[in-house]
Design a protein around this ligand. Structure first.
Ligand SMILES: [Zn+2]
Length: 214
């Protein structure tokens, strides 16, 4: 990059509201040293995506951690979890799914979320999978699993993520940021869906099921 380009970037960055937050991921692979290389890859993805996630979400002045600890646990039980700034992935899962680096992006969303409540869980997990599969992996809508249940949006994870992706691209652009913002204030309410689209959550879901069938 030449001097002129650098100068333009410096000028533009504050005006465009780019977050400056950077993240350092501390790896602990002592329980499964053979996965050190996998951890290094995950670390570099997470450190690259942390500021992007902050920009896509609505932490509005909330302070974000500058470091997190990422540990591989020697276990065949489960996939991964995050509590505050402690992220854990299980060696059994990682060994049998080495391509699943993106699981750490899902967990990283939980770090940025840091919501005061896990309720409703389908919104929390739906958003985490929206950012992981819809944004980070860039999967097309047709990739996302469907549910024909009446309240299928409550199926959470990938089902809800597909619904959010469809809402963002069609009837309710901006809804993801609205949901994230409300969750931070313990202010989630179904009316957010109507505010963003003019339609109720149940009617939006019906439209989504129809659109996916069509
Ligand atoms: Zn999760």
């Amino acid at each position: 990059m030449n001097k002129l380009q650098t100068g333009i970037l410096v000028l533009l960055m504050p005006a465009m509201g780019f977050a400056q937050q950077s993240l350092k991921v501390n790896i602990d692979a002592s329980q499964a040293p053979q996965l050190q290389g996998w951890c290094e890859q995950a670390k570099s993805e997470m450190e690259a995506w942390f500021p992007r996630l902050i920009n896509l979400m609505a932490p509005e002045g909330e302070s974000m951690p500058s470091e997190i600890n990422f540990q591989i646990k020697d276990s065949n039980d489960g996939v991964a979890y995050t509590a505050g700034t402690q992220m854990v992935a299980m060696s059994g899962w990682v060994t049998s799914h080495p391509e699943d680096i993106g699981l750490t992006i899902h967990e990283l969303v939980h770090v940025v979320q840091h919501y005061p409540t896990y309720n409703p869980a389908w919104v929390v997990e739906g958003l985490a999978d929206y950012f992981r599969w819809g944004i980070y992996e860039g999967k097309p809508l047709s990739w996302f699993p469907q549910s024909s249940k009446k309240n299928g949006y409550e199926d959470s994870y990938q089902v809800t993520a597909g619904f959010f992706l469809w809402l963002e691209r069609g009837p309710a652009p901006g809804i993801v940021r609205q949901l994230d913002s409300a969750m931070r204030k313990k202010d989630y309410d179904e009316r957010i869906f109507r505010d963003c689209s003019g339609k109720s959550l149940d009617n939006l879901w019906k439209d989504y099921v129809k659109a996916r069938k069509g």
